[in-house]
Design a protein around this ligand. Sequence first.
Ligand code: UT7
Length: 349
Amino acid sequence: MSRAAVLCGLGGSLPERIVSNEELAEQLDTSDRWIRTRTGIGQRHVVAPGQSTSDLAVAAGAQALASARATAGRADHGVDPVDPVDLVVLATSTPDRPCPATAPDVAHRLGLGHVPSFDVSAVCTGFVYALATAASMITAGIAGRALVIGADTFSTILDPADRTTRAIFGDGAGAVVLRAGDSGEPGALLGFDLGSDGSGADLITVRAGGSRQRSVPGPAAEGEEFFTMDGRPVFTRAVLDMSRSSQSLLERVGWSAAEVDKVVAHQANIRILNAVGEQLGLEEKQIVANLDRVGNTVAASIPLALRDAVAGGELQPGHRVLLTGFGGGLTWGSAALVWPELETGRPHR
Ligand code: UT7
């Protein structure tokens, strides 16, 4: 047994407004049929004017903290239920402002005091990267209890005229609490596999707004402030990199694909999830999917899928769980754990 980070709380938040495929089809040259058959998405949530990533992150974080408190109150983990969080890591590619990071504001609004807090930027892999960062700081003894949040509001950076990206992306936030424990406990993070390939930086990008564009006088070229994605090569790489990353982590952890109860992959496209399942030799019942209801929520995608799988009874204590993500950068990453007993309350949305 060695010191490990143990998942002990889970929460999520979605903005109130739902945009259906039908509503998109009224504005753009698309259809419910195209979106459902090509992506598996039926609707997505979008923020109201003035609502930001931190607002969703605070709501998801509060829910995860309440879940951790209720879980600690139920089972005696030898941890004081009121043990304070001493680290906040926020994965986002849509921070409230380009500078400073959004995490300190989130920590402040959650009343967590002067704890270290910072953002992690790895687009759709952000949550797995943030989880690995927080878990490493716990195992290194730098932190004892961490709030890890994935939150994004991609509706704020999409081109209103781009039917492909608007069909896919939705806003949301998901969060977990990690505490120090040992590697034999349910909920212990058993291993990570992380990677990146910057040669694919142009495939998923916002061209304007950074130092390269801003070092040149004058405004950005038209449309460069919007998010763009080259869907087909991204599709291929997503399948390849999530499959490879999952495989190498499974080898390290010593599980066969058949021994995994649930694979919670980044919710980008149901055809990507099925193709990863095929590559790994998984059955349909092993794959968690909630993208029909929320679309691709970027850094929030994996924790929101976890939350929905728990709420729906699909994910049970004792299940062997593999998390795997892929996103801009390009980046990818996987994590493994045995699902713990958690008090989560009922998701309000
Ligand atoms: O989150 C990070 C990771 N992101 C992903 O993993 C996304 C990966 N990519 C994908 O999921 C898919 O590539 C898309 C869903 C983005 C696109 O699906 P596709 O089957 O690869 O379509 P395509 O890009 O090859 O386009 C096929 C056709 C095109 O029309 P033409 O050129 O054949 O006339 C597109 O213009 O579908 C058209 N199209 C649409 N039609 C109706 C693209 N978007 C739409 C739309 N409605 N929303």
